[in-house]
Design a protein around this ligand. Structure first.
Ligand code: ATP
Ligand code: MG
Length: 461
């Protein structure tokens, strides 16, 4: 299937040969190499009908229409593209006028979404260099300047050089099915190299999120980050602290919910990036070995579920990421005399509000996350009807999973997890027996014993 493409890479034309051999900076490669259809494997069968419709309609209206970014990169790697980004020289208004089913979104970065049922095709207009001859003029304007600056239209070459990695700057032309390669992206796909276009430190300063994208693509595609692209990351990692929490949360989802979470986590830690997203989790990992183990186990679980096409929720992962700081603070508050559940709630409140300065956590994940934490305090309390009530909680399953991981990570001795496993599997008779065991085993009474011990401590200085 990829013979043509490979042949192209192995037997490049003379012009290409000289390009490959000379140390031309990607940013200096002005005219593209054009890879004819016969020499690359991207076929229209890999492109969704919706994307084809958008491309053809733009094209027949006289505009240039290209697929660009992840879909072409993934198609060249033999993966099925999951979403399609279209780039064109039509302005957003022109695009909107061509498609009834379209909507212009974003102000700072205007793009058009064309909707076909559940599929959305993102159409962007070629952008020019941020600092071109208009730069000075626009920089003098405050808010409006910013808005204009990101919506300076350009040609396809300029658009290519504004993209992040060489492998993300390959354009598939619907007019003749060629691929236009402005930055040696085809070569980097072949050698599985992630390389920023232009000067890496400058590109990270322009947009620090590119550091997270480097790690995400390296993990997902099993690519090596080129040494020059890698080098500035260690020092520039703190620039992420300036990124709005909402944008970072979007990135967190992509980083950890795409099936390669464990390796992503290890790479993020390696480049000092994890601590920029979850500083308190990072601190807790330095304090207790189980904290890191817990995160690794949760990510292993999530990756496995994704591989098996089972549902995953960010609430569970977030609960695992932030559990160590919450547990640490809860223990502190309990030592000061606060009962276990209020201590947990207060600790959760404090840790979450500090976390929100780094990444937002939408309510739909934040609420279940807190419930999973609260259940950690309830799981040991099994007397009377409590075990049955806890068992019925909508978050019981996730909380039980977290409990198992805490035991596995070495935070807790094994035992409680097994008890709950048996309780869920047992019939009525077995459940009664298990509850009796709780009643007679002083070590598993949890709540009662703690309450008694707490009282004298209240008077402690
Ligand atoms: P995937 O969709 O598989 O995560 P992608 O490469 O398509 O990967 P998107 O976030 O969909 O990533 O972005 C589409 C394209 O837009 C990218 O391939 C890249 O060319 C460009 N792009 C996205 N984010 C940036 C950025 N921060 N800086 C420069 N270019 C970017
Ligand atoms: Mg994409």
């Amino acid at each position: 299937m990829f013979k043509g493409f490979t042949r192209f890479l192995h037997n490049p034309g003379e012009q290409l040969k000289s390009l490959l051999n000379s140390p031309v900076e990607a940013s200096e490669a002005l005219s593209p190499r054009i890879i004819p259809r016969s020499e690359h494997p991207v076929s229209r069968q890999q492109i969704s009908d919706a994307a084809l419709k958008v491309l053809y309609r733009l094209n027949s209206a006289g505009f240039g229409a290209f697929l660009v970014g992840g879909c072409i990169r993934d198609a060249l790697l033999g993966k099925m593209p999951k979403d399609f980004d279209v780039a064109t020289n039509a302005t957003p208004e022109q695009v909107r006028d061509l498609f009834r089913n379209s909507r212009m979104i974003g102000r700072r970065f205007r793009i058009v979404h064309v909707r076909f049922g559940r599929e959305v095709i993102e159409v962007t207009t070629f952008r020019g260099k941020p600092q071109d001859e208009h730069g000075d003029h626009i920089a003098q304007q405050s808010d409006a300047g910013l808005l204009l600056r990101d919506n300076v239209w350009g040609n396809i070459e300029e658009d290519a050089l504004r993209r992040d990695f060489t492998v993300n700057a390959l354009y598939y032309n619907i007019a003749d099915f060629t691929i236009h390669d402005f930055a040696n992206g085809a070569r980097d796909i072949k050698s599985r190299t992630l390389r920023l276009i232009g000067d890496p430190a400058t590109r990270y300063r322009e947009d620090p999120v590119r550091m997270l994208r480097a790690v995400r693509f390296a993990a997902k595609l099993d690519f090596t980050i080129d040494p020059a692209t890698e080098a500035p990351m260690f020092d520039l990692a703190p620039l992420l602290l300036q990124i709005p929490p909402a944008r970072l949360f979007d990135e967190v989802l992509k980083l950890f919910m795409s099936g390669h979470g464990l390796i992503t986590f290890r790479l993020l830690s390696h480049y000092n990036l994890f601590g920029m997203l979850f500083p308190e989790a990072e601190e807790a990992m330095a304090d207790a070995a189980w904290a890191e183990e817990l995160i690794e186990l949760a990510l292993t679980n999530t990756d496995k579920r994704i591989a098996e096409d089972r549902p995953v929720t960010p609430a569970f992962l977030l609960a695992a990421f932030l559990w160590a700081p919450v547990a640490h603070r809860q223990a502190e508050l309990e030592r000061e005399g606060m009962p276990a559940i209020p201590a947990l709630q207060t600790a959760a409140q404090e840790v979450v509000s500090r976390q929100l300065e780094h990444t937002s956590i939408p309510k739909r994940f934040g609420m279940p996350m807190r419930e999973i934490w609260e259940l950690q305090t309830r799981l040991p309390m099994r007397r009377g009807k409590r075990a049955f009530q806890t068992r019925e909680h909508p978050r019981f399953r996730a909380a039980y999973d977290l409990l198992l991981l805490r035991e596995q990570a070495g935070e807790l001795p094994r035992g409680l997890g097994d008890w709950w496993t048996a309780f869920q599997q047992g019939d009525e008779h077995e459940q009664r027996r298990l509850l009796q065991k709780v009643g007679s085993d002083p070590a598993s009474q949890g709540d009662r014993r703690r309450k008694k011990r707490r009282k004298p401590r209240k008077t402690d200085p």
